[in-house]
Write a protein of this length. Structure first.
Length: 650
């Protein structure tokens, strides 16, 4: 049996120290999160280094009232958690060695710092005996007053009035954290090709933390600009206007992955929490969830769905190759270039083939097909079937996946004109991931199409608050203001998008549109040409630029040269898909209302997902009074004016 444990305030080994007074495990002076039972197991082991501590001895001391079955499960879980905190493993132990069917042994070098309790007790005993032999004396008023002061001080300490406890103990309470950002996790793997994996882990951690309803979490796009940054934590926190920063490392080796993470208070650069985790690659989802849950617990927040039964939490064991393909695919589909999106789809489809039960891969695939159709890279009829099928499959696999609800909502609105269903789907996506910026962006576009101007700006502002350095979001904000006829704000947001990324094509077309609406045709025409060049239509851009050089007089060069655009896309349609909406836009530039409405009708017949974003914009104002245009709006269940109205149902 274990002997009574010697009293040592601090027990050190390696970079760790066990504080038996406070029940804390620290690494390099930073407190690690460790539950009570794993800590008590550690305490039993380090106070008997090199000795075998049997399972029965641990049971009698830590689980005295549990059944044998509960004890076995509890001990195994406690040792597993302990090893995760120490960065240890059962296969190659540095600290905790397993002796099968017997118990455990601590094999690290231990340094004890003894407590000077015996001498203190002798001193107090001597004083007590002296007091017993002395006759009782009256208590002076001074001591009565002192007693009252001490009582008040005790109450102040207990309730922490005016931070008295911190002043006395020197221990500062954890700061109140309402917003945070996750710096790109550093790749510690020997293989630089694993960079996609560390980026994927960063993205996954952001996604999980975005489920905390009470927390503002900066989205992925803004955070990637800080990859390998030289800026200090306080600088980054100020730029992003967040209270705290999560930073850490990822190391993938063989079939294991290890993440070390720490939470840092931004203003003071003070470390609040740190922890290390190690799992098999197949348990990566559980690892990601553990990190997010521990951060949430540290800041006294709650993950949406964290109170669901454990069976519904991430216990899914991944096919590692399929997960690699998913991460690579998502990295490509986040881009706006056709070739990259198609490459991303190939990775996602391969991922699904290898592991047909991973819901996020289907949700990402659905959104990718939607983007292809919205950018005229694929026929809407072809894209609709694939986008809707993938979204439905994702929801079948995981009804609580916010991305799946958002993906289906996009299909129901943009392709099928079921706006009330889109409203519900996007709001559900926001509810399940409040700090994820894309659902707020998509909902803002939906609200703008419904004529709900103020609500659209509110949602777009929320999206930008979550992802302030995203060129896509600033470009979309430009569109929202353009639809609202606030051209100054539209120009400002488009310019901001291009400050962040000068080659972001949508930023140039949105800037061109806003400038054109203000009759600033010369600069607007240049932005349109730049958009064409970046979108793969360099030939058209060069032809228009040469023709514009021969023009004289004021006016919109694009309108005067509309016939060149029309001829170019008509010829291009003979060899590849060109959306009817593109031809309709050329006729709008030419001022041919009848032909423009013909091609808008054709776009409606194939349910172009971009049609609903064009119709409420100033670009169609010349057609707005036409009977055929109003009929088109009614067929699509869209408001006939840009006035503020509630969301419509079918």
């Amino acid at each position: 049996m274990l002997q009574s444990w010697p009293i040592h305030k601090i027990i050190r080994f390696g970079a760790f120290e066990v504080d038996t007074r406070s029940g804390e495990l620290r690494k390099h002076g930073i407190r690690l999160k460790l539950q009570d039972q794993p800590f008590r197991v550690l305490q039993a082991l380090v106070e008997h280094p090199s000795e075998v501590v049997t399972r029965e001895e641990l049971q009698s001391r830590i689980w005295p009232s549990d059944t044998f079955v509960d004890f076995e499960r509890g001990l195994n879980n406690a040792v597993k958690r302990l090893r995760e905190a120490l960065g240890d493993s059962a296969e190659s132990p540095r600290y905790v060695e397993t002796l099968p069917k017997r118990g455990y042994r601590f094999i690290g070098n231990v340094e004890r710092i003894p407590a000077l309790i015996e001498s203190e007790e002798k001193r107090r005993g001597k004083e007590d005996s002296t007091n017993l032999e002395s006759p009782p004396r009256a208590i002076p008023r001074f001591w009565i007053a002192s007693g009252a002061l001490l009582t008040c001080a005790g109450l102040a300490f207990g309730f922490n009035v005016a931070h008295v406890r911190e002043l006395i103990t020197g221990k500062v309470a954890a700061p109140h954290i309402q917003s945070l950002a996750v710096l790109p996790l550093q790749n510690l793997s020997d293989d630089p090709a694993q960079e996609f994996f560390s980026d994927g882990m960063t993205d996954a951690l952001i996604t999980d933390l975005a489920k905390i309803a009470s927390l503002r979490v900066i989205s992925r796009t803004s955070m990637m600009r800080y990859k390998k940054t030289d800026k200090s934590i306080p600088e980054i926190a100020r730029e992003l206007n967040v209270d705290a920063i999560v930073e850490g490392t990822v190391q993938r080796s063989g079939d294991h992955v290890r993440i070390s993470a720490q939470l840092i208070y931004g203003r003071s650069d003070k470390h609040v929490w740190a922890q290390s985790y190690e799992r098999e690659l197949k348990d990566t989802l559980r690892l990601q969830a553990d990190v997010a849950e521990d951060v949430a617990e540290e800041i006294s927040a709650k993950l949406i769905g964290a109170d669901r039964p454990s069976s519904s939490k991430p216990s899914y064991r991944l096919d590692v190759s399929a997960y690699d393909d998913y991460l690579k695919g998502r990295n490509y589909t986040l881009r706006s270039v056709k070739g990259d999106i198609l490459t991303g789809i190939e990775f996602l489809e391969r991922s699904i083939h290898r592991d047909p039960n991973y819901a996020p891969a289907y949700a990402e695939l659905s959104i990718a097909y939607h983007v292809l159709a919205a950018n005229n890279y694929m026929s809407p009829n072809e894209a609709l079937v694939k986008a809707k099928g993938a979204a439905m499959k994702a929801l079948t696999l995981d009804a609580n996946l916010g991305e799946a609800h958002s993906a289906l909502g996009l299909v129901e609105g943009a392709f099928e004109w079921r706006w009330s269903d889109q409203d519900r789907g996007l709001q559900r996506g926001i509810q399940l991931a409040p700090s994820s910026s894309p659902p707020h962006e998509w909902y803002a576009i939906h609200l703008a199409a419904m004529g709900r101007k103020t609500d659209a700006v509110r949602e777009m502002t929320r999206a930008l608050d979550l992802d302030p350095f995203s060129p896509e979001l600033h470009s979309t904000a430009s569109y929202i203001y353009y639809v609202n006829r606030d051209y100054e704000s539209a120009i400002r947001e488009a310019r901001r998008a291009l400050e962040i990324d000068p080659i972001f094509a949508p930023g140039h077309i949105n800037l061109a549109s806003a400038l054109g609406a203000k009759s600033e045709f010369e600069e607007g025409f240049k932005e349109w040409l730049r958009y064409l060049q970046l979108s793969g239509d360099e030939e058209l851009a060069n032809e228009l630029e040469k023709a514009a050089a021969k023009l004289s007089g004021q006016g919109d060069p694009g309108q005067k040269l509309g016939y060149i655009t029309l001829r170019y896309y008509t010829e291009k349609s003979k060899s590849q898909y060109v959306g009817p909406l593109t031809i309709a836009a050329a006729y709008i530039d030419l001022g041919d209302k009848s032909k423009a409405l013909d091609w808008l009708d054709k776009s409606a017949q194939e349910h172009s997902p971009s049609l609903f974003t064009l119709l409420p914009s100033p670009y169609c104002d010349s057609l707005r009074s036409e009977t055929r245009f109003q009929d088109l709006l009614r067929r699509m269940n869209l408001p006939s004016t840009s006035d503020e109205i509630p969301a419509q149902s079918n």
